[in-house]
Design a protein around this ligand. Structure first.
Ligand code: DGL
Length: 281
């Protein structure tokens, strides 16, 4: 079983693309809706919440977990990989935990021509500098001349998640706010923009329109799905442990009925009543 975790609904934009690319596997989705959003919380809090989610998914049969939340990937992934996959005390050392930052960073550094990349995300993701560090590491690994420097311009957009969850993202007010957030990125002449938050693909068209033709906007869901496909092709020892009966189970830490309704409008995924349950982490 593949476990997919997010602070709430956002990871559904990632799950949707994974299901398209790899429909044959069984999936377990967990949304921590009762404690969402994670975007403004401290590293300690996000790590504690994500730790509880990872434990739940492992205990319920996940062999591989995708932390589909950018904030949790930025703030908690490293520590949890250490705890669950490398500590001799862990009983889950044969399992895997993957984040969503690396795949999109790999695409960004190979595609940029001007070596000027922009990143947008929650406040937690941007202040952690996780993207900046990963981008600079990957860029250096590409064996480019040492004289060439990578410029990373980051911008937190904390108002976008609530606007999207309220379905206000199609309103002119939301576009006005987005335009204001993107102004500094536009003035830095970036040619690649990473949408480092699960919710932002819902405003993809607006991001593209505001940034203009010369900036490529990278939509994360598809990139993560493609990267998972490649990962499984390269790791048959993990792939063979994944069950393939097409099962989908959804868990939320809040109201399952609300979760089912929102999932349909937010990601176009229809969940039968019996496949969605409430859990306490
Ligand atoms: N899922 C979060 C992310 O991708 C956005 C929502 C939240 O702040 O919890 O960063």
């Amino acid at each position: 079983m593949i476990g997919v975790f997010d602070s709430g609904y956002g990871g559904l934009t990632v799950l949707k693309e994974i299901l398209k690319a790899l429909p044959q596997y069984d999936y377990l989705y967990l949304g921590d809706n009762a404690r969402t959003p994670y975007g403004n919380r401290s590293k300690e809090t996000v790590t504690r919440f994500t730790d509880e989610a990872v434990r739940f998914l492992f205990e319920n049969g996940a062999r591989l977990i995708i932390i589909a939340c950018y904030t949790a990937s930025a703030l908690a992934l490293r520590e949890l990989q250490e705890k669950y996959l490398r500590s001799p005390k862990s009983k889950y050392r044969d399992r895997k935990i993957l984040g969503v930052i690396r795949p999109i960073v790999e695409t960004a550094v190979t595609e940029t021509k001007s070596n000027r990349i922009g990143v947008v995300g929650t406040r937690g993701t941007i202040t952690s500098k996780a993207f900046e560090v990963e981008l600079k590491n990957q860029f250096a690994a590409l064996e480019r001349s040492l004289d060439i420097k990578l410029t990373v311009v980051s911008q937190a957009c904390p108002l976008l998640v609530p606007l999207i969850e309220e379905h206000w993202h199609t309103k002119p007010e939301a576009r006005m706010i987005l335009r204001k957030y993107l102004r500094p990125l536009k003035s830095h002449n970036i040619d690649t923009l990473i949408l480092g938050c699960t919710h932002y693909p819902l405003m993809l068209r607006d991001f593209k329109r505001i940034m203009g033709k010369r900036t490529r906007v990278l939509d994360s869901g598809k990139t993560v799905a493609e990267s998972l496909k490649n990962y499984l092709a390269w790791h048959p020892e993990i792939e063979c442990q994944l069950t393939k009966e097409g099962k989908r189970a959804f868990y939320t830490t809040d109201d399952p009925e609300r979760f089912r309704e929102f999932t349909k409008t937010f990601a176009g995924i229809t969940i039968p009543t019996q496949s969605c349950r409430a859990v306490c982490l």
